[in-house]
Design a binder for this molecule. Structure first.
Ligand code: PAF
Length: 280
């Protein structure tokens, strides 16, 4: 595995790959890798000739400087995991390399970023689009892999590539869960053992609610989910919305969508977790 820090070295390393016409798979990450990332990386390796992983904690997508400071960083363990998985190129740029000048672009995602994460984390998706579009222009991948845990991010990245006409296939990869049901996330590292037990209830509440889909309207079912999660010690729901999986707009009736998805953000102590479940 080659470790590369600059865009010019990345271009040099990718030149022979591009000349041969080999396919490039790309997995952008902010590090603190877990089995969710390993699944994205394995899929990229299976589907492409060369896999590039980036490790860059992007400051422009944090709307809270404390969250950026506390974001887990485990570079040695990350490198070890990527070597074992068989990653070809690891791109670890500095902030100056990615943003030689401040990125002042403001993206238009229509209604996609007016709900859920977009409402509670203003500017977050604009920062994600800034960094992902830059990384795409550096790597020029054929396929890029994103986890479905960040459901809204995946929709935003698809919309961005469509609007900017970037020739890359966006591949969404299902959520990987711990045996307890807790969705894998780098932020889980900040949970105490007790908090982990409580956080695992999020999935169980979401999953149980699927069986009640026929009995309640989406908003009524969403209210029940909020109450049930809030009853778990240490958990506090920021939002739970049942939305159309394509437009991300809240549903009044189940008939409005053939892909209803429930998306949640929950504070477990000081750690903010997100998860989602399909009601299809
Ligand atoms: O999902 C993440 O880890 C980040 O938002 C991403 C896509 C790597 C952009 O910084």
């Amino acid at each position: 595995m080659k470790i590369i820090h600059t865009v010019s070295a990345l271009n040099l390393a990718l030149q022979p790959v591009r000349c041969k016409g080999d396919s490039i798979g790309f997995v952008p990450t902010m590090g603190a890798l877990h089995q969710g990332h390993a699944t994205l990386i394995r899929q990229s390796i299976a589907e492409n000739d060369c896999t590039v992983v980036s490790l860059f904690v992007n400051p422009t997508q944090f709307n809270n400087s404390e969250d950026l400071r506390l974001y887990p960083r485990t570079p040695e363990e990350d490198q070890q995991m990527m070597r074992e998985l068989g990653v070809n190129l690891l791109f670890v740029p500095s902030v100056e390399e990615v943003y030689p000048e401040p990125d002042r672009r403001v993206f238009d995602f229509g209604m996609l970023d007016k709900v859920m994460e977009g409402r509670f984390r203003p500017g977050h998706f604009n920062g994600v689009a800034q960094v992902v579009s830059r990384l795409f222009s550096f790597v020029q991948p054929d396929r890029a892999y994103f986890g479905e845990k960040d459901f809204q991010q995946l929709a935003i990245v698809r919309e961005m590539t469509y609007r900017l006409q970037i020739p890359v296939e966006i591949v969404g990869v299902p959520i990987v869960r711990e045996p307890s049901g807790l969705a894998m996330s780098s932020r889980n590292q900040r949970l105490t053992p007790q908090e982990r037990v409580h956080a695992s209830q999020i999935y169980h509440v979401l999953n149980n609610s699927r069986g009640r889909r026929g009995m309640y309207a989406p908003a009524a079912l969403a209210e029940q989910v909020v109450d049930e999660i809030n009853k778990v010690p240490g958990l506090h729901v920021e939002y739970y919305e049942i939305v159309d999986g394509y437009t991300l707009q809240p549903l009044s009736t189940w008939e409005e969508s053939d892909y209803p998805v429930g998306c949640v953000a929950v504070y477990c102590g000081a750690v903010r977790l997100i998860d989602n479940i399909s009601y299809k």
